[in-house]
Design a protein around this ligand. Structure first.
Ligand code: CMC
Length: 391
């Protein structure tokens, strides 16, 4: 009694059993419900992947149309939420807004408070999936002072999101099909990644039977950090700091220097010690988008040169530090006009389905218990509190 396995950072502790996603980091393998991520990215679309993650199997044609119908039916927000947005400073980080408004949804949908009811859990899942793009686009529109754009249910999931982001009342917006496809791919590639920090946070928060909106808000808070979902934003900030191709070697040397805390953002992964299969797909999409849009952006030149130099550098090869999915998704998002501060919001939007799938799976697990890690106490031994007055 009193002895526990000590595993800081959970490098060797499985926190649960799960049937949703399988990763073999050494082989660079990622499967959702058994299907390889490359095949899903190539042959499926985001909403179908959502169905697969949530329900375990690919939908039939009829199940899929029904699923899409329900998802589109919940895309609007309660009108009162607009006041919630308006309470934020215009220069708030969109992730700060997201942490707040997603949590606030629990004040609107009281049925979600009873998580023991399967039907309530399912409706909450649909609401989150449907409303995340609306909330994300609103957090952006608010920051630039433009009117909110209401969802359009005749568009695809990605198309509707792009429309809410880029449409203005004075001009029609028609998304470029290559951009729409790239957006859908970014969503697919970020949909789930087993027990990463934010998903584990959602599971832990949910293990006390807390409501799903509050749990997802906790996941968003965790995702925000630069070592997790904030990496794509940090990566772009780093590219800006590098500034030009001739300065890359200087930053590579800094990344290798043990006394310098600098790391190449967008490189390395806790699980993949081989090329991240998502990064492979995203790399292709990244090159397609840059080709299609023919954008002349010196930052993108720095990114492409950095990719090449790091992939051929001995330090990075030896430590198995490959560009991760966020390296490429950041470049694609910049190319399609999504501002850097929205990058982590995009990740949150896409990951919501994974968070919900894990939250539902956890609650359905027989004998599910509250998550309650132990610790190794390293503080003071027991001592008497002095009776004399403070010195
Ligand atoms: N640049 C330079 N050196 C690095 C980097 C990097 N990006 N990443 C790891 N290393 C070195 C590190 O210094 C260590 O060296 P040594 O063995 O000599 O001490 C070795 O590689 C192993 O690193 P670690 O920190 O023990 O690995 P980890 O599994 O704890 O960390 C990571 C993984 C992703 C936090 C880390 O690679 C990192 O900070 N990368 C940059 C941030 C980033 O891109 N994060 C996004 C991850 S993918 C999206 C997601 O899952 O959210």
């Amino acid at each position: 009694k009193g002895y526990f396995t000590f595993d800081p950072g959970f490098l060797s502790t499985a926190s649960c059993e799960s049937q949703i996603t399988f990763i073999d980091g050494d082989k660079g393998l990622l499967l959702h419900r058994g299907y390889p991520i490359e095949q899903l990215a190539e042959q499926s679309e985001y909403l179908e992947v959502c169905y697969l993650l949530l329900f375990g199997e690919r939908p039939t044609e009829e199940q899929y149309s029904q699923f899409k119908l329900i998802v589109t039916r919940h895309t609007m927000l309660h009108e009162q939420l607009i006041h919630f947005f308006q309470g934020f400073r215009r220069d708030s980080h969109p992730m700060a807004i997201m942490v707040g408004v997603v949590g606030a949804l629990s004040a609107f949908y009281h049925d979600s408070l009873d998580v023991t009811n399967e039907r309530h859990r399912e409706i909450a899942a649909y609401r989150l999936l449907s409303k995340m793009p609306t909330l994300a686009a609103m957090s952006y529109k608010y920051s630039i002072g433009q009117p909110f754009v209401y969802p359009r249910n005749d568009l695809s999931y990605a198309g509707n999101f792009l429309n809410m982001m880029f449409s203005v009342p004075t001009e029609d917006y028609v998304p470029n099909p290559v951009v729409e496809k790239a957006m859908d791919r970014i969503f697919i590639l970020h949909a789930d990644h087993e027990q990463n920090a934010s998903t584990s946070t959602v599971r832990l928060a949910g293990s006390s039977a807390s409501n799903p909106f509050a749990c997802i808000a906790a996941g968003i808070a965790c995702l925000w950090g630069p070592a997790h979902g904030g990496a794509n934003e940090a990566c772009l900030a780093m590219l800006e700091e590098i500034g030009s191709v001739d300065r890359i070697p200087e930053f590579i040397e800094r990344a290798k220097d043990k006394d310098d805390p600098f790391r190449l953002m967008g490189f390395g992964h806790r699980v993949y010690k081989n090329y991240d299969p998502r990064a492979k797909v995203m790399r292709e999409t990244c090159h397609d988008v840059l080709e299609e849009l023919k954008i002349d952006d010196p930052l993108l030149d720095v990114a492409m040169a950095l990719e090449h130099i790091a992939l051929t550098d001995e330090y990075f090869i030896e430590k198995k530090l490959y560009p991760n999915v966020d390296f490429y998704s950041g470049i694609v998002m910049r190319a399609i006009g999504i501002p850097t501060t929205m990058f982590t919001v995009m990740f949150a939007l896409a990951r919501t389905v994974g968070w919900i799938a894990h939250w539902i799976e956890m609650l359905q697990t027989p004998g599910q218990r509250i998550g309650r890690p132990r610790q190794l106490y390293t503080g003071e031994s027991m001592r008497d509190f002095p009776k004399k007055p403070r010195e």
